[in-house]
Design a protein around this ligand. Sequence first.
Ligand code: TRP
Ligand code: ZN
Length: 851
Amino acid sequence: MKDAAPQPIYLSDYTPPAFLVDQVHLTFRLAPTSTRVLSRIAFRPNPEAADRTFFLHGENLRLVWAKIDGKEVSPEITETGLTCPAPDAPFIWEAEVEIAPEANTALEGLYMSKGMYCTQCEAEGFRKITYYPDRPDVMAPFTVRIESDLPVLLSNGNPVARGAGWAEWQDPWPKPAYLFALVAGELVATSDSFITASGREVALNIWVRPGDEGKTAFAMDALKRSMRWDEETYGREYDLDVFNIVAVDDFNMGAMENKGLNIFNSSCVLASPETATDPTYARIEAIIAHEYFHNWTGNRITCRDWFQLCLKEGLTVFRDQQFSGDMRGHAVHRIEDVMALRARQFREDNGPLAHPVRPESFVEINNFYTATVYEKGAELIGMLKRLVGDEGYARALDLYFARHDGEAATIEDWLKVFEDATGRDLSQFKRWYSQAGTPRLSFTDDFRNGTYTIAFKQETPPTPGQPDKAPQVIPIALGLIGPNGDEVLPTTMLEMTEAEQSFTFGGLSARPIPSVLRGFSAPVILNHDRPAAERAFLLAHDTDPFNKWEAGRALAKDGLIRMVRDHAAPDAAYLDALAALLRDEQLDPAFRALALSLPGEDDIAQTLHDGGHTPDPAAIHAAAEALKDAMADHLAPQLGALYEATACPGPYRPDAADAGKRALRLAALSLLSRVDGPARAEAQFAGADNMTEQFGALGCLLDIGAGEGQLATFYERWRMERLVIDRWFGLQVAHAAPDRAAALAAQLAGHPDFDWKNPNRFRALIGGLSANAAGFHHASGAGYAFVADWLIRLDALNPQTAARMSTAFETWRRYDADRQALIRAQLGRIAATGGLSRDMSEMVGRMLGEG
Ligand code: TRP
Ligand code: ZN
């Protein structure tokens, strides 16, 4: 039974917990259909709380008995928890509950994945394990005893005792319940060790199911590099004797930072050259780092309440981005991060699901693990660092760790640390946390008597619940380039605080070309119509690698938009600029590969919509195809040599240098296949000794309507490798022609390997279709109906993943009346489904504009 209309929770309603916890003892008697959880919890009244109601969260638990100070009690139980009269003094709560991990399809709480027990408690999953104050500001040390015949029994902290059929773990660091974890199964470990800066030895283990042992080496290496990096860069040492990582096949998200026992989606930890591609390696490295870095930013200092989620997530994403930049090159990595930000966060910010980095209300917190909280949250940290400088940032972070270690903190605490460490007033900066929407930045400029003036204007469009926006602080990194290509003003950080503001630079001998927002210094949309020649000039001369790439990107985008809107021919200036760029051997291959990639079709749709046009996904797709054909024709004479020159001799290495060469080589292969046909890609497919080259070649073949035989060979070769088969499902729909995509997806949904209850497989196929913009938005509406059918089906089992994937529909208001009607009908059909989850009903309600 669900509530008819679940009520939203408001940030402004925060009150401190009535009781604090001094110690938690848990005993698990594991059994698939009836696990018993015994708890012994030391409570004490919170002197800061006005209210004395003893309430414990609990959902879908069968309470066997409960005692307070040894005396049996009869709590009043509701769907969300229990209340019970309790002493106004410290007391011991004991209880036994029964749960059924095998029946848990939501993958939240204690559940089973291929015979192993595992948990996922963030954000509010612990209440499905036992009765507890399941809120992050209640922190306590945990002792856990696991009873089971399975050979490997893991929980948080350090192992303290073990016998036949049981094990005990102790986590000395007070933590909120969302960081609790337990794993039990037939697992094998890859083990190593790490000596911390102060000389303590830490045992490292990566636990996997038998058969996967050969795919852990890269993650282990990434873990050790992360541990060293956090010591060297942030002065943060690890604080337990062991660090365990477990790979789980059925998992709703990427990974989870449980104290001392990180649990990973196996797709985010397992890699071998034969089965994983270069981007997967990079992703594993980033996620291993991310979860490890949470040990300080998230675990040692956690969030007071879930509205503060960006406190740990924005900061930890920022830290993993810094790490990846250090590992793989800052220029290329920054470009990749910005591409992802635009594709996911700008999309979110410009639709009905837009919300502030720190939201003010939610119905279901799982719906707020978003690109805005994570990626825009990370951009806010980057802006703060730009505003206070590297040294100010380092001082502020030291103060943050010193002042708030062991606490559950807020964004106010975070900003206060920066104010105290640097003396800066951040009250205006704080608007970045409360105002949703992507600011639009534009400028005009003028040159007179040796003085250059650049006048900026900022404006943030309305978002749900926020019609009017106040100006935000925008750090604008500016460089000026003279007409001969020399830089006349090196990168300078301007601070824009007004709605309109100008800056002047004197002593110039000629009118410069401005390079604005270098390094993407703020998460804004820069609207500026520049002549193609000026963009080409920046592409050739900008010293800032991000803006050099951005100039090419803007050229491509301008050209594509003219092709869609005005039926223009591909832009010759862009094609010439690309040819020059490809010839420049000084440029990193990874950079050149990025320069060859076109803006996504969804990005073009957004930009057209922003400019007051109704995007036609079919026309956008046709234009993108035509531009790729033109690029292929124009660049073909040099691509053959480039393809040969970028081969990586010797055994596969996942490092950034080789990955960059392979990326450029694949970009060349993709274009070459358009002019020369499938032979080269077929040869690469057949001869590849690594998944990057094999999978890349397969994509090139599908793009030109070939590759049928290779698809079959690929399936036969990899059918036992579930992570590869996920890719096999996803690739086909991602590369399907618009009029075939939905039918192909439907056909693949009938494939015996389409195990839709596995989130990775579901995402591969259903998410693959929604990522194929022209296929998903095909005028027939078949894509919409297919995705809606599957979301309804999944919602009954796994609301969290179903609700996340409903964002496929978030862009619906951009499109023409027919498409809008089709989508509205599907959203209405989902909304009308009986027993719809709170997760999904919130999402659909917000998308339809009811929330
Ligand atoms: N805290 C996790 C991270 O960012 C993400 C997370 C939140 C999560 N909720 C989850 C992971 C549910 C798995 C399932 O690293
Ligand atoms: Zn995180």
